[in-house]
Design a protein around this ligand. Structure first.
Ligand code: GSH
Length: 283
């Protein structure tokens, strides 16, 4: 966290959420799951904020400019500059990891909006990675709310493993689409964007794996029968974590596949997604 570099253009008393700007209008195409977690958390807390959209290729420049170090590394060990980031002009803080942002909001604004983002609950979900491809898990710096941090890491891994189903539907900015695709190809060690295309068999297999991964997660939601959230009627940050990945799924999966996801496992994910519309306003 950095606390001393606030752009003068930011209005006093408000929070700025930095999200990745994809296809204009950005507010209609935002699909990046970690920024969605922070948008949900800010709306849950009912705090005044505005979004600054940052092009995919400008993230490192903007993040460095705000004095926020990278919180991820690429497989080759180089720094991976990511969003979301928030800048809170009321306190002077910048926070650059979605989990740390939620913890920061809870500690700084404990009673705001819908209240407690982190009510005590077991959150017993482990995603067992089946293949040799290991998805690096998020490592928030703060160390608060360890059950939630563990849940976050496992949900991230479960969905990340299945993002090949979503890559073809990502609404990139036409102005930078070729450079953005080239960067994805480079990171994946492939030779062309077409290498991301799945054969029909591969797609069916990965869809079945996705359904199974979400089946274990659905068990937690089915323990409470009285509501769409893990705690029944009371939403918590754990619901927002899953909901953020559902926003990405909705935005990037072919429509028929998204409709299937909504119906899987008794429809728990469709219900959760719809219930979180309350906190989904893009400001
Ligand atoms: N642990 C970080 C991870 C953030 C992250 O991976 N953000 C992705 C979007 S969901 C990103 O900024 N990607 C930029 C890129 O791929 O160049 C967090 O939770 O904030």
């Amino acid at each position: 966290m950095a606390t001393d570099k606030i752009p003068s253009s930011t209005s006093s008393g408000a929070i700025v959420l930095y999200d990745i700007g994809h296809k204009p209008p950005e507010a209609e195409s935002c699909f990046s799951p970690n920024p969605w977690k922070s948008r949900f958390a800010l709306n849950f807390k009912g705090l005044p904020y505005s979004t600054t959209w940052v092009g995919m290729l400008d993230i490192s420049k903007v993040r460095r400019g705000l004095g926020e170090p990278a919180c991820r590394k690429f497989a080759d060990g180089t720094e991976f500059f990511t969003l979301p980031m928030i800048q809170d002009t009321a306190t002077g803080a910048t926070v650059g990891d979605s989990f740390d942002i939620a913890v920061y909001l809870q500690r700084t604004y404990p009673d705001s909006g819908a209240g407690d983002l982190f009510p005590a609950q077991p959150l017993d979900y482990t995603y067992v990675q089946s293949s040799a491809i290991k998805i690096p898990l998020s490592t928030p710096a703060d160390g608060g709310f360890p059950e939630y941090a563990r849940f976050n890491a496992n949900v991230d891994a479960a969905f990340s493993m299945h993002t090949p189903l979503m890559v073809g539907g990502m609404p990139f900015d036409p102005a930078t689409v070729e450079e953005t695709k080239a960067e994805f190809v480079r990171r994946a060690g492939l030779s062309s964007w077409d290498d991301f295309t799945l054969t029909r068999e591969a797609r069916e297999g990965l869809t079945e794996s996705f359904r199974a991964a979400l089946g274990d997660l659905a068990k937690l939601f089915l323990e409470n029968t009285d509501g769409p959230f893990l705690l029944g009627q009371q939403p918590s940050y754990a619901d927002l974590i899953v909901g953020a990945w559902l926003r990405m799924s909705q935005m990037t999966l072919p429509k028929s596949e998204w409709e299937e996801v909504r119906r899987w496992h008794g429809g728990v994910f469709g219900q959760l997604h719809d219930a979180l519309d309350t906190y989904a306003e893009v400001k």
